[in-house]
Design a protein around this ligand. Structure first.
Ligand SMILES: [Zn+2]
Length: 370
């Protein structure tokens, strides 16, 4: 293998002195002694200028209105006859040369400045960066996502709907016509000027919206914010619900119980059991309330479960065939179940909290625990 050819590095001076750069002009200027002296002095100053301020000073001194060159050019009419053409011809060339030289020198100094800064202000990319505060999801969001994950694992899709609803979707289509007593427990916020528009009191309207658009089989959960006119330690005017809806052929209450038991064990622990108690909801028939065995005392009875061994966690039931009538499903062929829970309630039970308002106080000492 032949050796690599030697590389010769030629160092080229980056700056040509004025005398070298304007050799021809300097020779011609000798025809007029005064002009040659003026140019020589200006050239020396430009050669010596080492920073932008010195360049500007040289420009004012040698090209300004009161500079010797300007005065000489202005005095041409008064000059002796033999000097006039020489000064007229070379004086303007000298002026143009000085202007060009100042501009060149300025550009050169600036690029030198840039190089100097590039050389001295290097960034060490191996140094650790500024610490960036890491945020986290709010405990309600964490809980909601955990619930969504469990049902996604059971084959449920997520559906969302508007928070500002109409009376029809929030009540009527859910088998709660005007004047129905169940409406009174859902006192909420109505939109001024339109008694038919309100903030939804539950995520159930999304069930109707899904069933209007799609045919069974349907397996969806519907998370979201809901509103009611309540405010105390266990109620806030805004809270989060997750509802579930399954509609298919041959769905029974055993499917409902199995689904909820699977969910409860996934979120509260494998040794939890549930019980169903008869209840009433307008849009399910039969309806149940679902309790989970107390995770604090294991069912023996403690303060949290009011010594019953059970904690109430959600409401559920088989979809009332009347509801199918509102969405044109064949009520004699389809069955379904629905359930709904408060996300805050699940989070409180999971973390042993007693006051729901803490979720919304934005106290970082509380929020950072999760
Ligand atoms: Zn207990």
């Amino acid at each position: 293998m032949s050796p690599l050819p030697a590389i010769t590095i030629k160092i080229v001076s980056p700056y040509l002195s004025m005398e070298d750069k304007y050799k021809d002009l300097v020779a011609q200027l000798k025809a007029h002694e005064g002009l040659a002296a003026i140019f020589g002095e200006a050239a020396a100053d430009i050669d010596a200028a080492a920073e932008p301020e010195a360049i500007e000073a040289a420009r004012v001194k040698h090209l300004g209105r009161k500079s010797p060159l300007s005065l000489l050019l202005r005095s041409i009419p008064e000059l002796p006859n033999e000097e006039r053409p020489v000064v007229g011809k070379y004086g303007n060339q000298a002026r143009a040369a000085l202007e060009q030289a100042l501009a060149d020198r300025k550009k050169q100094l600036e690029s030198g400045e840039l190089e100097r800064r590039l050389a001295t202000e290097q960034v060490d990319i191996t140094l650790p960066g500024e610490p960036f505060p890491q945020g986290r999801l709010h405990i309600i969001t964490q809980t909601q996502w955990e619930i969504e994950d469990i049902f996604a694992g059971l084959g449920y899709r997520i559906a969302e709907g508007p928070e500002v609803e109409t009376d029809y979707y929030n009540f009527t289509a859910l088998n709660t016509p005007e004047g129905h007593p169940a409406r009174s427990s859902h006192d909420t916020f109505f939109v001024d000027g339109d008694p038919d528009v309100l903030l939804r009191t539950h995520t159930s309207p999304v069930q109707i919206r899904v069933m209007e658009k799609e045919q069974p089989p349907i397996y969806v959960i519907m998370p979201g914010r809901v509103y009611r006119r309540d405010s105390d330690a266990t109620h806030t005017p805004m809270f989060h619900q997750i509802e579930g809806l399954a509609v298919d052929e041959h769905i029974t209450m055993a499917d409902l119980k199995g689904t909820l038991e699977t969910f409860v064990r996934a979120i509260f622990g494998a040794d939890r059991v549930i019980r169903l108690r008869p209840h009433f909801f307008p849009f399910t028939e039969p309806s149940v309330e679902v309790d989970v065995s107390c995770m604090i005392c294991g069912g023996d009875g403690c303060r949290s479960c009011k010594h019953s061994g059970w904690l109430e966690i959600l409401g559920a039931g088989m979809v009332d065939p009347n509801v199918f009538g509102f969405v044109d499903y064949e009520a004699d062929r389809m069955q379904g179940f629905a359930f709904g829970m408060g996300v805050e309630r699940i989070a409180m039970l999971k973390h042993g909290m007693t006051d729901l308002r803490m979720f919304y106080d934005n106290d970082l000492r509380f929020i950072k625990q999760f």
